[in-house]
Design a protein around this ligand. Structure first.
Ligand code: FE
Ligand code: FE
Length: 188
């Protein structure tokens, strides 16, 4: 699918702010894909659709996760997680994208998971560091991302978990597992 067509499909599902974010994620992901030598088209497609389900009713998403067995875990760690697995499902069944690598990058863009593919890391990280993001520590992650994708993922996972913990919120187990996996790999 061409970029123009993909953007036309996703636009009505997003607010203006979220659409601008999506363009930022797309540009960042393409840049990272180029840097890492992976398929730029897949990075483009996954990032265009990564927040496809962001504004669907929470109840509809909970229902879908239960009915389609998208992973009960996603139900119990805060509503912010729901749009990732539901997005992957609807992008497949409503938009007709069948590339499992692309769908998986959408599915895990919020939580991360252990043993991520490079494409999954690229989309996860692009979502975190796109130019529209402004929060303490993001510039540091941007600087690392251009030379060490894995360490930049470690930093963003760590920041995300610290942020949640400071607010007394739950941490999704696979987010910690993603962190542990990357740290273990790094020590080898
Ligand atoms: Fe998202
Ligand atoms: Fe996003």
């Amino acid at each position: 699918m061409e970029r123009v067509q993909a953007l036309e499909i996703v636009k009505p599902h997003l607010t203006d702010h979220r659409y601008t974010h999506t363009i930022g994620v797309m540009e960042t992901a393409i840049q990272l894909a180029k840097q890492e030598g992976i398929d730029q088209g897949k990075a483009e497609l996954a990032s265009i659709f990564h927040d496809y389900a962001k504004f669907r009713p929470k109840e509809e998403m909970r229902q879908l996760i239960k009915e389609q067995n998208l992973g009960d875990d996603f139900l119990n760690y805060g509503d912010e997680l729901l749009h990732a697995p539901c997005g992957a499902y609807w992008v497949k069944h409503e938009v007709g994208i069948s590339d499992e690598e692309v769908l998986s990058a959408i599915r895990f863009h919020t939580t991360g998971k252990p043993d991520m593919t490079t494409l999954e890391k690229v989309v996860f990280l692009a979502d975190y560091i796109e130019p529209g993001r402004h929060f303490p520590g993001v510039e540091e992650v941007r600087e690392v991302a251009v030379k060490d994708l894995n360490y930049a993922c470690i930093m963003s996972l760590r920041n995300t978990m610290a942020f949640l913990m400071k607010k007394n919120q739950l941490v999704y187990p696979d987010t910690l597992a993603a962190y542990n996996h990357l740290i273990t790999e790094r020590k080898k």
